[in-house]
Ligand binder design. Structure first.
Ligand SMILES: [Zn+2]
Length: 506
């Protein structure tokens, strides 16, 4: 078990701020807790189901050996995304990983312990002995944990990394998380009242959902660096100040797609538009979106296979072939949603093609960036430059489609901390979060004579994410009781909006 957790201990040793004495104390404490906890779990499992327990332990040995090999060889972390990828990987893609060194480590670290687990005689004793063993184990765990109480904050700050390196918990816990998310996807959403498309003018809306893109680093919002060299020259681009409803992806994305702020799950924009006759396509390189029920749901790997000239590791692949996709639509209203991941940490520098590395040198990860914040900001700013290019290129594509009315909307799911007050990444509760984690960019471009924008006076100084739902209904000429003209950045398109909005939503 200590061997399976070498990456875990290595991470603790490298990242704790303790001196040598404190470091050794923490490592020994963690090893003791781990050994005693595993002893207790093993004892319980074997006590309750002797043969099944043996087989379980043998299987865990095999998976542990495989997991630790991948962690050490490819520097991966076994988080929910990794597990999702494992389940979604086809044999042909995975076969490249099957090397002699993999088989050798599975043999030594997996098969030998598994054989031992299956053959070793076991003397369990009576229930009383079991009670003493488990009680004693719990007492040891509590005692050692309380001696390390001062480490609670450090552990909670590094829980993702620590959890992703801990065998067998990394894959057991994250497999459960993935399974729960898949069950949630089946969750019943509350249907909105039917809407109706009121004209057959060709119109397309491309909604780009940004990931961790914060307002403060956009030149368009006054950042001193030229992170928006293209969009800042773009005629007719609207730049709205906005805040997100949360500081993490799942909630931020849901807020962008739902009609109003709620803990309930109302029918989401793509689902609603699709049900009412719009041609809807969702393209994603991201994770953690609410349940989407449409026919065309494409992940970056699939798009990479469809457009081999694009590198599927970068978000450019989400924008590939859009013109053809829109032009070939059999419907007059098209909604394309691109769920990007370009500014996602901790490895910002991996999220854009090399030619967008304008600000140098860059930190390769947040860990490195904690020592050199300037280098981390460089890497992050390069992701904003890449986003600038992608959005500008998208506007060019839409502009060239003369026979379509078109709109591009970009809004981020939440912001990001880049070392201010020693904070990094995002996800703090809203009441504690610094502004940079929820102040987001909200950019809109439309083709000429599409819709009239409301004047500044008619809108609040700062917009929120629910403006997307109603503004997009307007652009797609969907008349609906779910539409709320107060949450539309455009002047209402229909002179007599249906009036029972409030009632129908409650
Ligand atoms: Zn996010």
């Amino acid at each position: 078990m200590l061997l399976y957790n070498i990456p875990f201990f290595r991470y603790v040793a490298a990242n704790t701020n303790e001196g040598t004495g404190g470091k050794i104390f923490l490592l020994v404490s963690l090893a003791v807790i781990m050994l005693v906890l595993h002893f207790m779990m093993t004892y319980l499992t074997m006590f309750l189901m002797r043969t099944v327990g043996r087989v379980l332990l043998a299987i865990l040995s095999l998976i542990n050996a495989t997991a630790v090999y991948f962690i050490l060889t490819y520097s991966v972390m076994i988080d929910a995304t990794t597990i999702e990828n494992v389940f979604n990987t086809r044999y042909s893609e995975a076969s490249g990983f099957f090397t002699w060194s993999l088989w050798l480590s599975i043999l030594l670290l997996g098969v030998l312990p598994a054989v031992y687990c299956l053959l070793q005689p076991v003397v369990l004793g009576k229930a009383k002995k079991m009670g003493i063993c488990c009680g004693g184990s719990l007492a040891v765990i509590l005692a050692v944990a309380s001696m390390n109480i001062s480490q609670t904050l450090w552990i909670s700050q590094h829980d993702t990394e620590l959890g992703g390196l801990l065998q067998p918990w990394s894959y057991l816990v994250n497999t459960c998380r993935v399974a729960t998310i898949h069950l949630d996807k089946q969750a019943e959403e509350i249907k909105l009242p039917d809407g109706k498309i009121m004209d057959d003018e060709k119109a397309v809306v491309v909604l780009v959902i940004g990931e961790s893109a914060r307002k403060a680093n956009f030149q368009l919002y006054g950042y001193q660096r030229d992170t928006n060299p293209l969009l800042s020259k773009r005629q007719g681009l609207r730049v709205y100040p906005a805040t997100s409803c949360a500081t993490y992806t799942t909630a931020g994305t849901k807020a962008i797609l739902e009609p109003k702020n709620t803990d309930n799950l109302y029918e989401l924009l793509p689902n609603y538009a699709y049900r009412n006759g719009v041609d809807v396509s969702w393209r994603t390189s991201n994770w953690g979106e609410p349940p989407i029920h449409i026919d065309e749901y494409l992940v970056n790997e699939e798009l990479g296979a469809q457009y081999p000239q694009e590198d599927m590791h970068y978000d450019g692949v989400l924008f590939a072939g859009l013109r053809e996709r829109i032009a070939s639509s059999k419907k007059s209203k098209v909604l394309i949603i691109l769920h990007t991941s370009t500014s996602h940490g901790p490895k910002y520098a991996d999220k854009y093609p090399k030619e967008f590395e304008v600000y140098k040198p860059v930190a390769k990860s947040v860990e490195e960036g904690e020592q050199h914040v300037g280098m981390l900001v460089n890497a992050y700013d390069n992701t904003i430059r890449y986003t600038d290019y992608l959005l500008d290129h998208l506007i060019d594509t839409l502009r060239s489609m003369d026979d379509w009315k078109s709109a591009m909307i970009f809004i981020s799911d939440h912001g990001e901390s880049l070392g201010e007050n020693k904070m990094f990444m995002h996800g703090l509760p809203m009441r504690l979060a610094p502004k940079v984690q929820y102040e987001i960019p909200f950019l809109v471009w439309t083709s000429e004579h599409f819709r009239d924008y409301k004047s500044e006076k008619e809108l609040p100084a700062v917009l929120e994410q629910h403006y997307i739902f109603h503004s997009v209904l307007n652009l797609l000429s969907i008349q609906s009781p779910a539409y709320d003209k107060d949450f539309d950045i455009f002047a209402p398109h229909f002179s007599e909006p249906l009036s029972h909005t409030e009632r129908s939503l409650h």
